[in-house]
Design a protein around this ligand. Structure first.
Ligand code: HPA
Length: 250
């Protein structure tokens, strides 16, 4: 059975070397996931792929049915989720096209269905979310990055904003003051929902642009897409080393 899922984000609606074998069209009690659950082989290893924004990249961050996505992955037998996350870089070392494995989250999003534990409960349930990303899976990604010869940044606070607009420079100053190192729009409630269902979850953040006010250039979709294209080649390399843990140090 397939145990690892990759959730693709902006700039990653498809994995170039992925060989699809079959698809599941799942309807969960929470509704439809963003895309079919796509099974196949990546670098010879069985994985499952889900396009967070839909296969045509049409679902904005605040409209994603995060509960359906995580539930569908759970139902298809997934136990570990590697989430690709496009981010704006706030910290000085998080420039465009860099890759980081974040270690913490601050959630600024609002109005999203963010828990499975809501109705028809036997007991009110509070998950421990002290460490929002699974430490073992983070280590695996960092180790893969090292073996791939990539400069992967270990740690950092992912700030999740509501979107779909980008932030104001004052918002980025505030997020930085709060301790945020990078900013994205989809990390929450995805990470918390995975924890609620007992699944391992870690993110691979790919810096698409300097966050608002961190450079004097306007942030354009062309810039975001260009940097993600560069970062994605590294992400694919990291995945190859993560999935094939036997690849020797090169
Ligand atoms: N802000 C929020 N989300 C993002 C950004 C950003 O600057 N870049 C890519 N995703």
């Amino acid at each position: 059975m397939t145990h690892t899922a990759i959730i693709g984000g902006t700039g990653l609606t498809w994995l170039p070397e992925f060989e699809e074998t079959h698809r599941e069209k799942l309807i969960t009690p929470w509704g439809e996931p963003s895309s079919d659950i796509i099974h196949g082989k990546l670098f010879g290893e069985e994985i499952v792929f889900l396009a967070r924004h839909g296969e045509k990249h049409t679902i904005p961050p605040h409209r994603i049915n995060y509960r359906a996505n995580i539930q569908a992955l759970k139902e298809s037998g997934v136990i570990s989720i590697i989430a690709a996350a496009a981010v704006g870089g706030i910290r000085a070392d998080l420039g465009p096209a860099k890759i980081a494995i974040p270690s913490q989250i601050i959630d600024y999003s609002h109005g999203r269905a963010g828990t499975f534990f809501e109705d028809k409960l036997d007991h009110v349930t509070h998950i421990d979310f002290t460490h929002p990303y699974s430490p073992g899976l983070r280590e695996k990604l960092l180790d893969a990055g090292f073996r791939a010869g990539l400069r992967v940044i270990d740690g950092g606070v992912y700030a999740c904003t509501q979107g779909p607009r980008l932030e104001t420079s004052a918002e980025i100053i505030r997020i930085e003051r709060d301790g945020g190192d990078m900013v994205g729009m989809t990390g929450m409630p995805e990470a918390a929902l995975a924890r609620e269902l007992g699944m391992d979850y870690a993110a691979c953040a790919i810096v698409a642009n300097w966050a608002a006010g961190k450079s004097n250039q306007e942030i354009t979709m062309a810039e975001i897409e260009g940097n993600l294209l560069k970062g994605m080649a590294d992400f694919a390399n990291l995945l190859r080393h993560c999935l094939c843990s036997t690849i020797a140090l090169q």
